[in-house]
Design a protein around this ligand. Structure first.
Ligand code: GLN
Length: 202
């Protein structure tokens, strides 16, 4: 079984660990550089990206994590984790760290107050069968992607000044995967299985 870490500074760590275990991985908590060095891939959970960013400094994980991601370690970020993995975050704090695992710009808390949290069934490229039930909690969306980034899912008919538009909510670039929503909360382990396959192929 591949060993997949869950960044355990803050956020919904246990939920991800449970999903990884049922998706065929051995899940371990990562808080220290030595623990990071021992995993084949890493999940960055949902939570609060500014807090996690600050704790990456405190735990001296920022540079080791950047280095491993740059070297191709598989990484999967959900919600706050997606924000951390991005190259740039809009509406973040000016001192918020970015891990630059995906060539994209995200917008924090993008869906706005009236739909702070919502659920939606999504078509997800690479996950056949039933649509994926997605839970969004003060979620970001992806505002811009580079050439190497593949869009895996969009949230349809999101209100905007130009009328209803589709917003990108799941992406992949090589070994980096990110979702604006929380697949760890729904009991559907298909996204975690996809990530475990990425880890196995890396
Ligand atoms: N709004 C949070 C942030 O900016 C993310 C919310 C979540 O992970 N559910 O970090």
């Amino acid at each position: 079984r591949p060993v997949v870490g869950v960044l355990a500074l803050q956020g919904d760590v246990r939920e991800h660990a449970a999903m990884l275990e049922s998706a065929g991985a051995r899940a371990v908590a990562v808080r220290r550089p030595e623990e990071l060095a021992a995993v084949h891939g890493l999940v960055l959970p949902g939570g609060e990206s500014t807090t996690m960013s600050r704790l990456l400094d405190t735990f001296e994980l920022l540079e080791p994590l950047r280095a491993r991601i740059a070297a191709g370690m598989p990484a999967f970020g959900s919600c706050a984790g997606m924000i951390l993995l991005a190259k740039q975050a809009l509406d973040g704090r000016p001192d918020q760290h970015q891990l630059d695992g995906l060539d994209m710009v995200v917008r924090r808390n993008a869906f706005g107050r009236q739909v702070d949290s919502f659920e939606e069934d999504l078509d997800f490229t690479g996950i056949p069968g039933e649509p994926l039930h997605a839970v969004f909690i003060r979620a970001p969306w992806v505002e811009k992607i580079g050439d190497g980034v593949e869009v895996l899912a969009r949230a349809p008919d999101t209100p905007s000044a130009e009328g209803a538009v589709d917003r990108i909510v799941a992406v992949r670039q090589q070994n980096a995967l990110a979702t604006a929503f929380h697949p760890e909360l729904t009991g559907d382990e298909r996204v975690h299985r996809l990530f475990v396959r990425i880890v196995q192929g890396a």
